[in-house]
Design a protein around this ligand. Structure first.
Ligand code: FRU
Length: 477
């Protein structure tokens, strides 16, 4: 196989070589954002599951480090890392900082139980606890622990999934070693598909100072109405139980693209700086991703909060780091578009990494948006747009190049959020497109694999006019 470096994102993390899926053990510690990940150190397909490791100081440059937790007889599945600040576990050398990883040990076709490993060198090397498991309920499917420190009840809280039951269990612990069952959350939201990778987090509410709510996330796979991805519940957590403030049949989705999965928040960031990233691929066609010598990449890092909408509180995501700190590569104001228009400067953006920001003044068009079209083969194109009749955001990659599966072919569409501005941000990084629209309340993340990276980019408007207040591009050097 010949290398496919032209498809490799440059500001999103991907391993130098071999397979990667879920992010694991995200933690901010001593100036570094640590990213552990589901990794096959020996091949470009799922297998030999171990924890790979990378770190970053600025969330733009990632440094890959040696495998952190190798598999043994057990596969090292998804999990988290916490800082045992007060050495409550009593593990390791108490004169040094202690990081504790808690993850699922998978004994293929036998059992899944929760294990612990610890590190006294800031996450570089890990020792598996000699009295594992720390939590075992004799299930074949029981996985993906995620832990927070809960201030008011002064304990660690673990969320962990029972995938086939579509449920999340909460456990509490004072010492990270002994865990007591607190409650179980089930029978709510999207139930067709199995639940995995849960996380519980307290999020600030925009514009309502000092107010916050608890949010429970989980990832669901299986193909139901063509959708695979992450859902969330908004409510309260009292140290024991999570109470969903919406009706049990309310379904809230994080991202309407197929390439955003298994995201978990970073541990140990400031309370109003909740950030996460996800695996930018889908189990529907992950095997077919045509890249070599690696397979799998992470999404952008996104800052999370809640915002009021006409329908209640909704998740808002913002790209991190903040691109507005960069000098714009291109900026134009008050532009009117009635047919595809190549803006001066936009042609230079072939096969690069950049953020495009469109502020809409008004429009009477049926559809409008952005189009990337191959110079060598005009039949190859990708569209990110808004359909005014259907009131839908979408990414159309049906003619984008290599088509991986029927799931890949289908349009990724998200509903309009009433009351939020027509504001579009698209982060482009080689094969990755991430749309955050309407103040971050709409997200669509989609991969594409164009045969040629020589593309023209245009803003278009169909059957009508699009008036732009402003268009700004930040190119990442
Ligand atoms: C989610 C997942 C997790 C599991 C891991 C195995 O993508 O299926 O539930 O821990 O991947 O690699």
């Amino acid at each position: 196989q010949s290398p496919t470096e032209h498809w490799r994102p440059s500001i999103h993390f991907s391993p130098k070589k071999n397979w990667m899926n879920d992010p694991n053990g995200l933690i901010y510690f001593k100036g570094y954002y640590h990213l552990f990940f589901q990794h096959n150190p020996k091949g470009n397909d799922w297998g030999n599951m171990s924890w790979g490791h990378a770190r970053s100081k600025d969330l733009w440059h990632w440094e890959e480090l040696p495998v952190a937790i190798p598999h043994g007889e057990e596969f090292i599945f998804s999990g988290c890392v916490v800082w045992d600040k007060d050495h409550v576990s009593g593990l390791g050398d108490a004169s040094k900082d202690l990081l504790v990883a808690i993850y699922t040990a998978d004994y293929p076709n036998k059992k899944q139980e929760q294990h612990l490993a610890y590190s006294n060198d800031d996450g570089l090397t890990w020792k598996k606890y000699d009295q594992n498991p720390i939590l075992d309920i004799q299930l074949l499917n029981f996985r993906d622990p995620n832990i927070i420190w809960h201030h008011s009840s002064k304990q660690f809280i673990m969320s962990v999934a029972k995938p086939l039951d579509r449920s999340v269990q909460f456990y509490g612990s004072k010492n990270l070693l002994k865990w007591d069952l607190l409650s179980e959350f089930s029978n709510q939201g999207e139930l067709e598909m199995i639940w995995e990778c849960p996380s519980l987090v307290e999020l600030p509410i925009e514009g309502r100072e000092k107010e916050s709510k608890w949010v429970l996330f989980n990832s669901s796979q299986g193909v139901q109405k063509g959708f695979v991805g992450m859902q969330y519940f908004v409510g309260e957590f009292n140290g024991k139980t999570f109470i969903n403030e919406n009706t049990s049949d309310t379904k809230l989705f994080v991202d309407y693209g197929k390439d955003f999965y298994a995201a978990i928040p970073f541990y140990n960031t400031a309370p109003n700086e909740v950030m996460w990233l996800g695996w930018a691929l889908s189990w529907q066609y992950a095997k077919e991703q045509p890249t070599f010598p690696w397979k799998g990449q992470m999404s952008s890092v996104r800052k999370l909060s809640l915002v009021d909408t006409h329908e209640g509180l909704r998740l808002k995501q913002d790209f991190q780091p903040d691109f507005s700190s960069l000098e714009p590569t291109f900026q134009a104001k008050d532009i009117s578009i009635s047919k595809p228009k190549f803006l001066n400067g936009m042609k230079m953006l072939q096969g690069k990494s950049y953020l495009i920001d469109l502020e809409i003044e008004s429009t009477n068009a049926d559809r409008w948006g952005l189009k990337w079209q191959s110079v060598d083969n005009p039949k190859e194109y990708t569209v990110v747009a808004f359909d005014e009749n259907k009131k839908q955001w979408f990414i159309d990659r049906s003619h984008s190049g290599k088509i991986l599966s029927p799931g890949f072919f289908k349009l990724d569409a998200a509903p309009w959020v009433e009351g939020k501005a027509k504001h579009v941000r698209v982060l482009v990084d080689h094969s990755m497109l991430e749309l955050l629209a309407q103040e971050g309340t709409v997200a669509i993340s989609s991969l594409r694999f164009p045969h040629s990276i020589r593309e023209n980019l245009s803003v278009f408007s169909e059957k009508g006019k699009l008036d732009l207040k402003q268009i700004t591009i930040w190119e990442v050097k």
